[in-house]
Design a protein around this ligand. Structure first.
Ligand code: GCU
Length: 712
């Protein structure tokens, strides 16, 4: 029944590049129909006829997709009441029979719900689950499921530079903006195949929005020439339920590209009518071209970016100034909390909470608390430092009762092996989202629902506006992500953004079945390999809660080990974070040190603040651990530390052997590409172990334990 409901705006000048294999679609139901014919055609290896559900007559075996408005069959078999239970974006998939006719109905309240149901049905088939007597439902726990796409920074999925199919290059943007010489014919508004491939992939896991440029924002994305290109992209992605946002540079009004509509520095006061008027004009231009434009993502007063503090105002004033400018247009501001102004505290990890919490708690004239506007989300990284492989949760989760809060996860593997290391991040996000915050109400009573996931989905504190944001790993590689296994991270992010209670292992199992092979033994082997890969990375890079031990020298920045380095700034320096000395290793954030621990709710504060109760895998985030400290394994800390490094490397060796044994079951090209990556992965993991252990040994003065294995 696709193609009936042409609710979406058609853009006549939108074109695909010549020679395209993909097709532009105008409506969401048309997208659903294409997925079904393509997916079923591929799985069954034959053409799949398309029927229009005229008067409810459909052949035996048909799959019917639609809403009660668009389809008589849906109306006949699915009650409005049943559909009400799955909400705006959810779906129901049911096997129904009429006489001897068996029909599968994929029903939803909206077209996008029908598209999500279609993908869920295809996933069901592809993972070889039984298709008789289907009665499946799904609906997202979180409303905004966004990607932040950092455009040219921290992407590990490019293919142009190295000519290696995108398996090693760092740059290589997925979207081509602006006309640049000879390749102008490949730039937006021309739509390339991979934009549609990406849209389909993202819709299949329920992504609803993309902020298309780096958080270190170039104002050029707000100029007319770019807005035209963004509109073309938005038109191509819209049928897939994906809307656009742009990262905004706070000081964009100074940029001469907007002349004569520019402001003076004095007018950058966020409370001023000039500032708000300027942003309102930009937002109007965007909305005229992109009617469903989401709004702006803002990195302000962080890492050299301009912000309200340059004008004597705070983050609340800044976020609210922009929010006021776009509120009449129904837009939202995603204000990032990744800030670490050194004047606030000597411990970088404490600063964001100290800046934002008082604004969240501020009494308002109407008797309520919290100054942030309703159309502001505070977007907070999972941990208080910066996407390290394992961090404690950010203390702001649960502490921002009066403000909308989005969690920001990093899909692109900046600190987790980039385009080289096979690291499945599903278990990390599961750990973060299921961590108990021990949040209490104002009277100090523990909340019933208080995991990070409950905070994010609003069930803990009754928030209705909810968002999960992933810093994406899309690039121009054929497979969109470079390393074949990085795709699993994009997949897992989408699935967990939809429903954070899903199990990371189940997600990996689906992905492996859909991507590599459906043989049970092969699936189990690959899934097992993936499931331990993140913990292995933590072990050979930063075990037991040591963080930020990376060298920073292009092109390897944030990839290799640099435990002995000081970069001229404490906040970026491994030596500042490890505090290695003859006593031990780690940063004292307990009550005897910076007392970051006190920013958590009391139960967690007590647990983290005491070296005897802190989880060992977070130990050095909170304690300077003496070399002879007795660990739960019975080993002393030094021995345990070396053991972890060694175990991590051994795991990678194991993955390499496992992979080799899978050769008969995998296609030759992808087998070989992953194999080559694993060889480098193993060598680089060993480099981490050797560099770190040798350096720590200068302080510990203890021998490397025999069971620690060989150190080169
Ligand atoms: C990290 C990353 C930067 C990024 C920043 C941020 O520091 O290295 O590339 O800009 O995070 O999240 O703003």
């Amino acid at each position: 029944n696709a193609g009936r409901n042409k609710a979406h705006r058609h853009t006549p000048n939108l074109t695909m590049a010549t020679g395209s294999a993909e097709r532009l679609v105008e409506t969401t139901l048309e997208a659903a129909r294409n997925e079904l014919t393509r997916g079923l055609g591929g799985l069954l290896d034959r053409d799949v006829p398309v029927w229009s559900d005229r008067g409810g007559q459909v052949p035996d075996g048909a799959v019917v997709v639609g809403t009660r408005d668009s389809s008589t069959v849906v109306r006949r078999y699915v009650s409005a009441r049943d559909l009400a239970s799955v909400g705006a974006e959810g779906y129901l998939i049911r096997s129904v029979s009429r006489g001897r006719h068996e029909v599968t109905v994929i029903a939803a309240n909206t077209d996008v719900g029908a598209l999500y149901g279609t993908f869920a049905f295809l996933r069901h088939l592809q993972t070889q689950r039984p298709i008789a007597n289907l009665n499946i439902s799904g609906s997202p726990k979180v409303e905004h499921r966004h990607l932040n796409y950092w455009e040219t920074e921290r992407l590990y999925a490019g293919n142009d530079e190295l000519g290696d199919g995108g398996l090693g290059g760092e740059t290589g943007a997925i979207f081509n903006f602006a006309a640049t010489g000879a390749s102008a014919h490949l730039n937006l508004p021309v739509i390339l195949d991979r934009y549609i491939v990406a849209a389909r992939a993202l819709a299949s896991v329920g992504i609803t929005g993309i902020t298309i440029n780096n958080v270190n924002a170039n104002p050029v994305y707000l100029t007319r020439a770019y807005i035209q290109q963004e509109a073309a992209l938005a038109d191509a992605l819209r049928p897939y339920g994906i809307r656009l946002a742009v990262s905004a540079n706070y000081a964009a009004p100074l940029d001469q590209r907007f002349a004569p509509d520019t402001l003076t520095r004095e007018q950058l006061d966020p409370t001023s009518t000039e500032f708000q008027g300027w942003w309102n004009r930009r937002a109007r231009e965007l909305q005229a071209a992109i009617p469903d434009f989401i709004g702006f993502t803002v990195k302000a007063n962080s890492e050299g970016q301009p912000g309200p503090q340059d004008h004597g105002k705070d983050h609340g004033d800044g976020a609210n100034g922009l929010a006021a400018a776009v509120a009449p247009l129904g837009m939202t501001i995603f204000w990032r909390t990744f800030v670490y102004n050194p004047d606030v505290d000597t411990d970088r990890l404490k600063r964001a909470y100290l800046e934002f919490a008082p604004i969240d708690d501020e009494p308002q004239p109407d008797g309520t608390r919290g100054r942030f506007a309703d159309n502001v989300f505070l977007q907070t990284k999972n941990g208080p430092l910066d996407f390290q492989a394992r961090e404690p949760i950010h203390p702001m989760f649960g502490r921002m009762e009066n403000t909308n809060q989005a969690i920001e996860l990093q899909i692109t593997q900046e600190y987790t092996g980039q385009g080289t290391m096979l690291t499945y991040l599903g278990p990390m996000w599961e750990e973060v989202l299921t961590t108990d915050t021990y949040a209490t109400d104002r009277q100090g009573r523990l909340l019933d629902k208080r995991r990070v996931g409950n905070i994010v989905d609003g069930s803990a504190q009754g928030h209705r506006d909810t968002a999960v944001v992933g810093v994406a790993n899309l690039g121009n590689a054929d497979n969109l992500t470079g390393h074949h296994f990085s795709q699993a991270n994009l997949f897992a992010f989408g699935r967990l953004a939809w429903d954070w209670t899903l199990d990371a292992e189940d997600i990996a199992t689906d992905w492996v079945r859909m991507t590599w092979n459906n043989r049970d033994d092969v699936v189990e082997t690959i899934v097992a390999m993936m499931m331990g890969s993140w913990e292995a990375l933590v072990s050979y890079q930063t075990p037991l809660g040591i963080g930020h031990q990376f060298e920073f020298s292009n092109p390897a920045d944030h990839y290799g080990p640099g435990p002995s380095v000081w970069f001229g700034n404490d906040d970026w320096s491994p030596v500042h974070y490890n505090k290695a000395d003859s006593v031990g290793l780690g940063y004292d954030r307990s009550p005897t040190g910076s007392d970051l621990a006190a920013q958590y709710f009391p139960t967690l504060a007590a647990k983290y603040g005491d070296i005897d109760t802190v989880p060992e895998n977070l130990m050095m985030w909170f304690h300077h651990v003496p070399w002879d400290h007795r660990m739960r394994s019975g080993r002393i800390f030094w021995d345990e530390l070396v053991h972890r490094y060694q175990m991590g490397v051994q795991y990678v060796t194991g993955m390499r052997h496992t992979w080799d044994a899978l050769e008969p079951y995998l296609d030759a090209r992808r087998f070989a590409e992953v194999r080559a990556k694993l060889a480098k992965h193993e060598a680089d993991a060993a480099d981490w172990r050797d560099t770190c252990v040798n350096y720590w040994q200068e302080f510990s003065g203890r021998p490397v334990p025999v069971d620690g294995g060989p150190l080169s």
